[in-house]
Design a binder for this molecule. Structure first.
Ligand SMILES: [Ca+2]
Length: 115
């Protein structure tokens, strides 16, 4: 009885919290996407507003730094390997804990977000 309680606790409460990590479920008003320097929505973050476009992240200190991100429901974040929206492009929606698995970990040099 006690064992099944712990199994339930582990599966129902602890595991999902590990999987989702600290990624926020909701973004502040007006925020289209939130990007993070480390995987699992760790370290410092950067907010993109609705319709925001950054052609070169070099001047923001975020070039080849983004490792995870959260996109507001109904919005699409587009990341590009190169600046000026060049190179490989990928559209993201929802929560992405580790962009490495998409081939976009620490590679994004320009990005946009639209809702
Ligand atoms: Ca890059």
């Amino acid at each position: 009885m006690m064992v099944s309680f712990y199994v339930l606790l582990l599966c129902g409460v602890l595991l999902p919290s590990f999987v989702v990590s600290d990624c926020p479920n909701e973004s502040p008003e007006g925020v289209c996407a939130e990007v993070f320097r480390d995987a699992g929505c760790e370290a410092d973050h950067l907010w993109l507003l609705y319709g925001e476009e950054t052609a070169d992240l070099k001047h923001t200190g975020w070039d080849d730094e983004i490792s995870s991100l959260v996109v507001r429901e109904g919005c699409t974040y587009s990341g590009y390997h190169d600046h000026e929206f060049g190179g490989e492009k990928k559209d993201f929606q929802g929560i992405h804990l580790n962009l490495k698995s998409d081939g976009f970990g620490d590679t994004i040099s320009s990005h946009t977000c639209y809702c």
